[in-house]
Structure formats: C-alpha cells, structure tokens
Design a protein around this ligand. Structure first.
Ligand code: EPU
Length: 416
C-alpha cells in the first residue's frame, strides 16, 4: 500500500505545469483502435493510462510510449475477451465497448471499475448500443455485445452522460447512415475525442453542444491528436494556490475551461490573475463563504467539488456544498473532520462552517478527487499528515509529488 507523508504550512510559489486531461486521454486511447496507426500527444503519466495500454496490448495493438507521446498501431487488432482483472482497473475500460462494437461488431468485456462514488450504472451506454442495432447480454458481470451491422438513428439520452455520449459516438462512427445524439454531454473532452475521430476520417458535427451528429463511415485511418489540458488537475492546483499560494502559477491550461471555478473563487475574494493559458493565484486570510452546486458542463464540475470543500473550511462563515451528479462524493469528509474541519453532511449536501484550523493525522484516500482534497488539506494543516490508499490519487494526478515539491511543498510517497 502506498501512502503520502505531508508536512503542511509551507507557502507554495513557482509554476505547476498541467498535463493532458485524464478524462480525455482515457477515451482517446480506446478510440485509436477505430483506425490504423495513430499518435496521441500530451498523454498524462497516470496509472489509468498504464491500465489502458495493457488492454491495447491484450488486443494485439502495438504501443510505443516515449515521454508523453503514445503511438498506437491497431492494424493487427485481435478481438478478444477483456477479462475482469483488466476491465476492473478503471472506469474507462468501458470505452472498448463502443470502439470494439464499431470496428468488430462484437465485444466481450467484464464490468468496468473506477472510484466508489456512486452506483455508476451504464444503462444509458447500453441503450445507445441497442438503438444502433446491437444485442447486449449480461452474464455474471460479463457483457457480450454483438451486431450484424450498426444502423444510425436518433438517440435521446435520459441524462447528459459523458461516458455514454463518447461511447455511442465511438460505435456510431462505423454505423450505416446518420446517428444523432440528443441531450449529449457538452464537456470539452468530448470535443477533443470528436476532433480525433474526425482526423481519422469520421464525420462528426456538434460536439460540445447537446446535439451531436455522426455520419457513419466504412473505414477510418490513423491520425494525430494532442490531449487537451486537464481542467480538473488545473482546478485542483488553483484551489491549492487559493489555500496556500504565493503567486502560484498554474500553467498550460485553457482558462475558459475553469471559468465555473474562477467565478466562484472571485466571489470568495481569492486574488487571481487570469491569462488565456495560465492563472496566477495567491491565498487570502479573508475569504467569503460561498455556495457550490455541482452540475454538468459548463456548470461547476463534480470532480472539483471535493477539493473545493477544503477551501470552504477556510472561509469566514457557513458555506453549502451540494453534489448533484454522484451519490457518494462525501467520502473525504470523515477525514477532513478528523483533521479539525466543521462539516455536517446530509445526503449529497454538506454544510461547512469556517474558518477552522486543520491539524495533521492519519487519513484515508477513499477515491481519486477525495484523495486530492486530503492532499490540499494536509498542505495547510499544522504538523504531518499521513494519507493511506493513495493509489486512488495516482490514478489521476500525474507526477504529483514532483509537481508539488517543485513549488515548495513537503510531500513524500512511500510504500508499506
Ligand atoms: N449514469 C447513469 N447511467 C449511465 C451513465 C451514467 O445513470 O449509463 C449516471 C451516473 O450514475 C451519474 C451521472 O449519470 O450519476 C453522470 O455520469 P457520466 O456518465 O456523465 O459520468 P462518467 O462518464 O462515468 C465521467 C468522468 C468522471 C466525471 C463524470 C462527470 C471519466 C472516465 N469519468 O464519468 O470523472 O465525474 O464524467 O463529469 O471520464 C473523475 O475524474 O474523478 C471522475 C469520476
């Protein structure tokens, strides 16, 4: 088991360079099997990527990763069962459903894994595949999807699901005729995937809006794409700067993608200098409380809600933090309370009273973003905090120890 040892209270200054977006990269890698030889640039150095590369190799795709550039040769793809030990390592293994269904019209894969932040059904994905003409059998957590051919159609999502939008897009690239996804998710990552597919020869319009049109093609080829900057990693470190930064510069970002966050930070009185591709942020002793409600894009991102809750513990007064996407995104709260925070949870909402002094102790990372929230809390706490189960954090934050050490944090990783 890996743990982090963090000694708090050191002012952080300098520059943190943001990597490629996890939630885009984890879809771009499976998408590559729809073509031949592709190059994906700005791939983040996180364990979710290692897990996807293992699945690509299992499918007989050749992968070459040099620094952050990944070449995937899917020319000799061999369709095979994706076993539980691979599918369960991350959520995004489910993108092989859409990609393999598109290219091969046959998929056998076990249930995906991922953070325990809610029930996480995939019924919207499955309904989409069925609408395109696939049959889906589920037997003891094993999914078998097959179709003689996929036929484009109108698909209405009952919720703007990011995963279902991308998965249906992947399958529909190889359908006969036109597919229209209504009530599609609008996240920036979806535009990144559509750009890649279009560079491979797909014909997709409307990505980034709630209506995406895909004209099916008979064959796609290889292409090159750069993973867009990770707005969640950026948001996490911007919040860190608001907690204990001294002109901390968060670089290589698209500032527009973190606007929902910066709007709230301005409301709280956080000193920010916002440029197109970087944000400079400092802490303030006088933060206003603020109410946060997570929403689908372009609303306040659910993935930054937990880190943001740490900032709310430092505001002068009572803030309300409401999660609306995942049923179980309060896993970090018992740890924050152990560190001294005053938080009352009621279902998917929390009332946070601040400001409270936090102190170091031993806490557990229960999920990726909850774990990141604990790192932030530890960096402002008095004394040393030990965070266990940090494998969750390493799934989504590349080189976190190095990035934080470089700006003055005292943070170590060890294994027990
Ligand atoms: N939902 C269903 N049925 C479905 C799909 C989703 O009921 O078939 C529900 C979910 O249970 C949830 C809501 O719809 O309540 C949103 O789910 P969505 O499908 O949008 O989420 P996802 O695609 O599984 C991605 C990110 C998450 C991020 C959400 C929302 C990846 C691999 N994961 O998940 O990222 O929270 O979109 O933005 O892209 C994270 O990075 O920490 C993370 C959890």
């Amino acid at each position: 088991m890996k743990r982090m040892l963090i000694t708090g209270k050191n002012k952080l200054t300098g520059t943190i360079n943001i990597g490629g977006a996890k939630n885009s990269a984890v879809a771009l890698l499976p998408a590559a099997i729809l073509g031949s030889i592709s190059k994906i640039k700005n791939v983040p150095n996180i364990s979710d990527i290692d897990a996807l590369i293992d699945i690509l190799e299992l499918l007989n795709c050749k992968t070459t990763l040099i620094d952050s550039e990944l070449i995937i040769d899917a020319t000799n793809l061999k369709n095979t069962l994706i076993p539980h030990k691979n599918s369960n390592r991350l959520r995004a293994s489910y993108y092989f459903m859409g990609a393999l269904l598109g290219r091969e019209k046959y998929v056998e894969i076990y249930i995906p894994g991922g953070c325990n932040i809610g029930a996480r059904p995939i019924d919207i994905h499955i309904d989409g595949f069925k609408a395109l003409g696939a049959t889906v059998d589920i037997d003891n957590d094993k999914y078998t999807l097959k179709a003689d051919k996929l036929v484009g159609t109108d698909i209405f999502l009952r919720f703007q699901s990011v995963g279902a939008t991308i998965n249906i897009m992947l399958a529909a690239t190889y359908a006969e005729g036109t597919t229209i996804i209504h009530n599609a998710a609008e996240e920036a990552e979806i535009i990144n995937i559509a750009e890649f597919l279009n560079a491979m020869g797909a014909k997709i319009t409307g990505a980034g809006t709630d209506c995406i049109t895909i004209e099916g093609q008979q064959e796609l080829h290889g292409a090159e794409i750069s993973v867009l900057p990770d707005r969640i990693e950026a948001g996490t470190y911007i919040i860190l700067g608001a907690l204990i930064g001294d002109n901390l510069c968060i670089k290589n970002i698209i500032s527009k993608h973190v606007e929902a966050l910066t709007t709230k930070l301005k409301e709280m009185g956080v000193p920010l200098i916002i440029n197109d591709d970087n944000i400079i942020v400092s802490s303030s002793d006088n933060l206003n409380p603020c109410n946060i409600k997570t929403l689908v894009y372009p609303g306040f991102p659910t993935d930054i809600g937990q880190p943001m809750s740490v900032l709310l513990t430092q505001a002068n007064g009572t803030s309300l933090f409401e999660e609306t996407i995942w049923e179980n995104r309060m896993g970090h709260v018992p740890s924050l309370k152990k560190m001294g925070a005053n938080i009352v949870v009621n279902g998917m909402s929390a009332i946070i009273n601040g400001p409270t002094k936090l102190h170091g102790c031993e806490v557990i990372a229960t999920d990726l973003r909850g774990g990141a929230a604990l790192v932030l809390a530890a960096l402002i706490a008095e004394g040393t905090t030990i965070i266990t189960d940090v494998e969750h954090i390493l799934r989504g934050y590349e080189n976190i120890i190095e990035k934080l050490t470089n700006v003055g944090a005292k943070i170590e990783l060890d294994e027990i």
